[in-house]
Design a protein around this ligand. Structure first.
Ligand SMILES: Cc1cc2nc3c(=O)[nH]c(=O)nc-3n(C[C@H](O)[C@H](O)[C@H](O)COP(=O)(O)O)c2cc1C
Length: 176
């Protein structure tokens, strides 16, 4: 299905709404060329270094972390209604021992600007390249947050993904 390129900030409301209820789907792909998908519930969209950015926070324990380190590109996919089971599965099982695309019959489509695919079943997707990354480190975060989020370590890396393109299904474009 044809996708339409849209302004990077034009679907921000839809994206944040899903981030707040159920999550988004982050696709990465290492050097092996097999894509992996995980659910994310935290992230930021904004402007840095004169460019639009999507920041994602990935704990070092995730298989996705390894894949992002291998190939600094990712797509963020905004699920449509009725994809709750997909979000649950991708937020529970690891790509280390599951091919989540295959198990969930998700379709990996070639992206327009990055080498990591997007998910055909998601009506909106962002294509991003990591421009900058920084580890959350012990003692660097407001204490009350650090104690509640990292009681046993397993800190996040914050990946600043420069948004190279945002695409929506043609039927969705008429609603923007
Ligand atoms: C709603 C939801 C939101 C999540 N958000 C994040 C997140 O922002 N960052 C993160 O590292 N893990 C997050 N997780 C956990 C990962 O999705 C989960 O550990 C997943 O199995 C990792 O897959 P992977 O090992 O294939 O990368 C979330 C899980 C759920 C259910």
């Amino acid at each position: 299905m044809v996708r339409v390129s849209v302004d990077p900030y034009s679907v921000i409301n839809e994206t944040i709404a899903k981030l707040n209820s159920g999550g988004l789907l982050l696709v990465s792909m290492g050097l092996s060329g097999v894509p992996n998908v995980m659910t994310i519930g935290w992230g930021l969209i904004g402007r840095m270094w004169r460019e639009p950015f999507f920041l994602v926070a990935v704990r070092k324990s995730r298989y996705t972390h390894k894949l992002l380190e291998e190939r600094g590109e990712f797509t963020v996919n905004v699920p449509g209604d009725g994809m709750d089971k997909v979000l649950e599965y991708c937020g529970t099982y690891s790509g280390r021992d599951h091919d989540k695309f295959k198990e969930l019959s998700l379709t990996a489509m070639p992206s327009y600007k990055v080498s990591v695919p997007y998910i055909a079943q998601c009506p909106i997707h962002y294509e991003c390249r990591v421009s900058f990354k920084v580890d959350v480190t012990p003692g660097s975060l407001e204490k009350v947050i650090e104690e509640s989020i990292y009681p046993s370590g397993n800190y996040h890396t914050l990946y600043f993904g420069r948004i190279l393109g945002v695409y929506v299904e043609e039927s969705f474009a008429s609603r923007i």
